[in-house]
Write a protein that binds this ligand. Structure first.
Ligand code: 5AD
Ligand code: SF4
Length: 442
């Protein structure tokens, strides 16, 4: 091929699944002659991979879209595509909202991107938002261009069948489907050969992974066990787990494999049983706490993080207090906390979004402050302990400091200048904030 390759810039919003999807998109378009570039200003094609989970996520993309419109005015040959959850949810109405957009592709339409781009050249616009029940992109080898060369995301399943009443994901990402075992193993093998040291297995609900191979059934614990024993040198993480599906088998696989990180993200959403029922979460706070007890019984040093929604429909002061109480009992080391945001088309959209904005904000502030305190206490308990840290690079603040993560997923900053990223070092923790541990190499 002669001449300069067409430049592709992908901007990614939202969850880790989107980060992984952008890598699939990069690979598909690379095969079509594009090259990834790191600045929007240099691109021939800009794709914005979007998130619909809350209204503010969508608003952010819309305002970014307007900036890109301005860029296109100066550079009419620029092509702009909106892909992912917002393309799926809003489909062609996005062409009205954001003039100058050339194409739309939903989460299951990425293989069609080359065709859509050609169609957009002829017909000015092109869109495909058809959801699939089978697409897993198993035959695409993702371009791991975003997470550096040490850690990578590996998608193992797509979609969600849980229909939590507040959540738009089952509508934007469609039905649950699992990626074939061999394709997962091949991708991990390739990452291992490229000297990656850590992988995170991804899915909206990894615990519902299911695949049969030559008459043998693989559920998530079986998959995890297989990966852990086949790649003993790799650190393995996974996300996200639905508490209702977290089994004793999974806990045992985690506990029995040294290379599975002792860390789990277990979104609770609320501590009130009435609210959990209204959210269609299918567990009570007692069920949830039992799972935490089980995890800690088998892995006393496990770190547990969560997601919490403040101000869901009908949430009373008592419900909110129940969330506070549960957060204390669960003793999370980290939490993502959000105000409830009504999503059109979900079951909760038919309920009364009756918690006033001011109360939602107050409750959110209260849980954020509580979590800040829990994180600090949690980190303080690590002072004096020694942790193995996978070095990721230099700290943003100083060239004389480097950072890495413990298997509990905590960031440790330590004095060092020339350690190769990807090296494992032992550090003893000497100090901390709520967000980071400070360590010394031993
Ligand atoms: N409003 C607020 N938070 C939400 N989440 C999902 N849907 C909503 C919504 N409508 C949160 C949940 C989920 C995380 C990814 O986003 O806590 O676990
Ligand atoms: Fe949304 Fe619930 Fe599915 Fe998670 S499990 S993606 S919160 S519907």
């Amino acid at each position: 091929m002669t001449g300069k390759k067409k430049q592709l810039y992908i901007e990614t919003y939202g969850c880790q699944m989107n980060v992984a999807d952008s890598e699939v998109v990069a690979s598909i378009l690379k095969s079509d002659g594009y090259e990834i570039c790191s600045e929007a200003a240099n691109a021939d094609l800009i794709l914005v991979n979007t998130c619909s989970i809350r209204d503010n996520a969508e608003r952010k993309v819309l305002s970014r879209g307007r900036e890109l419109q301005a860029l296109k005015k100066k550079k009419p040959e620029l092509r702009i595509g909106i892909i992912g959850c917002m393309a799926e949810r809003l489909s062609e109405t996005l062409f009205e909202k954001l003039k100058g957009i050339d194409l739309l592709a939903g989460p299951d339409s990425y293989k069609k991107l080359p065709d859509l781009l050609r169609q957009a050249e002829i017909e000015k616009k092109a869109a495909d938002v058809v959801l699939s029940t089978t697409e897993t992109y198993e035959d695409i080898d993702p371009e791991h261009y975003q997470t550096g060369s040490i850690t990578a995301f590996v998608s193992i399943m797509r979609g969600c069948n849980n229909f939590c009443s507040y959540c738009v994901v089952p509508y934007t990402r469609g039905r649950e489907r699992s990626r074939p075992l061999q394709s997962i193993l091949q991708e991990i093998e390739a990452l291992y050969e490229k000297n990656f040291h850590e992988i995170t297995l991804l899915g909206q609900n990894v615990n519902s992974y299911h695949f049969s191979d030559a008459g043998k059934e693989f559920d998530f614990p079986a998959l995890l066990d297989r990966i852990a024993s086949e790649f003993p040198q790799l650190r393995i993480r996974f996300a996200t787990s639905h508490p209702k599906d977290l089994s004793e088998a999974l806990v045992k696989v985690m506990a029995n494999n040294k290379n599975i990180c002792k860390s789990i993200h277990l979104p609770v959403q609320s501590g009130s049983d009435v609210v959990l029922k209204r959210m269609n979460r299918k567990y009570t706070s007692a069920d949830y706490l039992k799972k935490i007890e089980l995890l800690r019984k088998h892995m006393p040093d496990i770190s547990i993080s969560t997601d919490v929604i403040a101000g869901f429909c009908g949430e009373t002061d008592e419900d909110h207090q129940a969330t506070i109480d549960l957060m204390k009992k669960a003793d999370y080391y980290y939490a993502f906390m959000f105000k409830y945001s009504r999503r059109e088309g979900t079951a909760a959209a038919k309920m009364q979004d009756d918690v006033p904005e001011k109360i939602k904000s107050e409750r959110l502030t209260e849980i954020i402050n509580l979590q800040q305190e829990l994180s600090l206490q949690n980190n303080r308990r690590d002072i004096g302990k020694t942790f193995e840290v996978l070095v990721e690079g230099h700290s943003k603040r100083s060239k004389k400091q480097m950072f890495g993560r413990t298997e509990q997923n905590k960031v440790v900053v330590f004095d060092a200048e020339n350690i190769l990223p990807g090296t494992f070092v032992n550090t003893v923790i000497t100090d901390c904030t709520a967000a980071t541990l400070k360590g010394k190499i031993v």
